[in-house]
Design a binder for this molecule. Structure first.
Ligand SMILES: NC(=O)c1ccc[n+]([C@@H]2O[C@H](COP(=O)([O-])OP(=O)(O)OC[C@H]3O[C@@H](n4cnc5c(N)ncnc54)[C@H](O)[C@@H]3O)[C@@H](O)[C@H]2O)c1
Length: 384
């Protein structure tokens, strides 16, 4: 069996690649990446707080431990490249994690919005078309989409499909897409195309609606095989930004009221569920809400404050700043997750993931201190 992992140099892709190599020692695990994430973070003037090795060295180190890993550098928006991958490796499973994943980056300008949607949507289209053209439609395609496609509805969010009744008729349909950024919309577009490929060609798709992934390590991805940890306004997720702010005694900057519930998943549960999904195999079009549930942003800030006090004896203040995002600042997010819970088995705890982050980044204070002007967009920096 061959398993292809796209975005394998990324925050999630790297630990997924290593875990797959560990769990499937007799299979060939092929990572693919064009290393764009390294360039985007450099472009906005930031760095990963946890240093990661340069690509060649990183892959060499991983191969010393897991001989079943191969790696190919290339851009998935190039159809010839994707055709080459599909023809040469004939993957049984593809875990597609390559994307430009930042909402604020996609909102910077027309160029960034177009870049994000072109990059993300053309990459996914190339994969599904290449599978079709090379008669590999029996492959299992697992894709990281996002819980962000649901928006913030005032009712419990179903796991993808729900029953609609309208003027006497009923049907089970995909939940509407109400995303709030050009990045999140790229995932809605991906879902539309994947759902179409399933309906018209029978492609088996596992659509993993990934929540806000939080964590610094997994069993395999640590030390010299660490995964990246970003903390800037564009690429640092809220939980990682808050931890980095706390570490250097900067106030935790909550956007607006902070009463918006947001779904989280630990890095460990995220990685484990991708691997279990590979093991389980594809069955039709299956959606997993990859989260244990929502936490309000003010509650997250409090959880991080407590963990900092316990782990490293630090006290910080929580500060509310004007919200740079257009979003509901008060929202009870209720999100169903039966499929995900069955897949992940015994889940891990967000609090433990946060404690682990502090243990990992404590030594990286100087790097974070040197880039603290990256925590907030310029307009908010003087208001903190
Ligand atoms: N991290 C999260 O909290 C989160 C939440 C929801 C969804 N997701 C999704 O999960 C996936 C992985 O996210 P991540 O946080 O690891 O992001 P990441 O940026 O660290 O990883 C994505 C990787 O894909 C690569 N890539 C991007 N475009 C490419 C292209 N055209 N060709 C080849 N490689 C390309 C990048 O270089 C990067 O290494 C993405 O699809 C993202 O949208 C992530």
């Amino acid at each position: 069996m061959t398993i292809l992992v796209t975005g394998a140099d990324g925050y999630i892709g790297w630990p997924v690649l290593l875990r797959l190599a560990e769990m499937f020692p007799d299979e060939r695990i092929v990572g693919v990446d064009n290393f764009a994430r390294r360039r985007w973070v450099e472009e906005i003037g930031s760095v990963s707080a946890i240093p990661i090795l340069p690509p060649e060295k990183r892959i060499e180190k991983a191969r010393e431990r897991w001989g079943n890993i191969s790696f190919v550098e290339g851009d998935l928006t190039l159809k010839e490249f994707v055709d080459m991958l599909v023809r040469v490796y004939e993957p049984d499973t593809i875990v597609h994690l390559a994307a430009q994943p930042s909402a604020p980056y996609s909102q910077i300008s027309w160029e960034k919005a177009v870049y994000t949607q072109y990059n993300n949507n053309v990459s996914t289209l190339n994969i599904i078309w290449s599978l079709k053209e090379n008669n590999l439609l029996d492959a299992h395609l697992i894709v990281a989409t996002t819980t962000g496609v649901y928006g913030a509805p005032e009712y419990p969010i179903p796991e993808g499909f729900y029953q609609v009744e309208y003027k006497g008729g009923k049907d089970v349909v995909p939940h509407p897409h109400m995303a709030g950024s050009f990045y999140h919309m790229s995932k809605c577009n991906d879902i539309n195309n994947l759902w179409l490929a399933h309906r018209q060609w029978g492609l088996n798709v596992s659509d993993m609606r990934t929540a806000i992934v939080t964590g610094a390590t997994t069993e395999e991805a640590k030390g010299e095989l660490a995964t990246r940890f970003d903390f800037d306004f564009y690429f640092g997720v809220v939980s990682h930004r808050f931890c980095a702010q706390t570490l250097i005694g900067y106030p935790i900057t909550v956007y607006g009221k902070g009463l918006q519930g947001k779904p989280f998943v630990t890095l460990e549960d995220c990685v484990k569920s991708f691997v279990e999904c590979v093991r389980k195999g594809g069955e039709g079009y299956k959606i997993y809400n990859q989260t244990l549930g929502a936490v309000k942003i003010v509650e997250l800030a409090e959880m991080i404050r407590e963990a900092a006090a316990e782990e490293i004896g630090l006290e910080v203040e929580v500060k509310h700043v004007p919200n740079p995002r257009v979003e509901k600042e008060e929202h009870e997010m209720v999100i169903e997750n039966d499929n995900f819970r069955k897949l992940v088995g015994k889940p891990t705890d967000l609090k433990d993931a946060i404690a682990d982050i502090f243990r990992e980044i404590e030594r990286r204070k100087a790097i974070i201190e040197a880039h603290k002007d990256r925590f907030l967009p310029k307009a908010l920096l003087n208001q903190r």
